[in-house]
Design a protein around this ligand. Sequence first.
Ligand code: GLN
Length: 386
Amino acid sequence: MTSITSKLPQLGTTIFTTMSALAAEVGAINLSQGFPDYDCSPKLIELVNQAMKDGHNQYAPMAGVKALRLAIASKTKKLYDAYYDIDTEITITAGGTQAIFTAITAIVHPNDEVIVFEPAFDCYAPAIKLMGGVVKSLELEPSNDYRIDWAMVKKLITNRTRLIILNSPHNPTATILHQDDIDELSAIVKTQDILILSDEVYEHLIYDGETHHSMAMYPELRERSFIIASFGKLLHATGWKIGYCLAPAYLMTEFKKVHQYLVFSVSSAVQQGIAQYLKDEDTYLNLPSFFQQKRDHFRNGLAKTKFELLPSSGSYFQSVKYGHLTDEADTEFALRLTREAGVACIPTSVFYTRGTDHKVLRFCFAKKQETLDDAVNRLLDFKLLR
Ligand code: GLN
């Protein structure tokens, strides 16, 4: 064997792959990895199918199919009153993760510092490290509703700070940014050469009449932001791996330089089909009520268990605390629940660099009502939770 030096020596397989595989192996209900267990719209499938029959089977333009870029521009204008140019400011990607990797690759140089709020979705740090960047993490805590302490953010900033990564609605905590967060963020970045990577893949999954504060809404933030979006969440079709990035032209130019050699372009027929489907704006306007109903149903069920429920303001995740029931590490307890209770979830300590264990587990409620009911019944059958 030839000897190699790993670029990511600490890293194993993602928790999503690990837990989904275990769930399948032991026959557990899989509320771990975030994806729906119901199908996407038959009309959407028909439209994609038609696009294939109509011959949209060769490379799409590098930035994405024009009709879809137009649909995205019009959705962004309608929702956030922000104009993005379809030729220079929008690129369709192979999902949110690729868009995030591409943006980080395009702008992070060796020794650049990137501020990341933890718990953080697991794809940010590896991309930063591969580029030779330095992760400066700020830990958020459930006892404080995972709110960002902006005074601490100010302390983390140095003349090497290049990027702040935000994620609202947030995975895994299901919290959202509020107007005062936006004000604090604006005050911090406005006098500095700091860019923002705003992971907004759950933009349409927001509850209780709250507003999604997209970076697109605030000109002084928009001008320095890559905004990442996902059709997987919008269309209930995570397996299609289609997302997009919005950014002002000077940033998008750099993004595209990487994108063209990472994937060049993504599935043309799927893009054509989605473009047609988005003509009906109810596809995304109805999402908050659709998912809020699932959230409420699942929360009502979980409330019968001994778990302590944390708030869920956005995303399709519901977290629970269990530290009053057992001392087990969340990674151990998640495995035990999967094997013994037959319900798979995600331990949230894996989203902290230091593995901080607040004894919080994340469940995905983007599931059929009967799946959620079965899961709650299995949890109620588990002695510790009854
Ligand atoms: N976003 C999904 C989640 O948080 C999973 C994404 C993935 O598996 N890479 O569960």
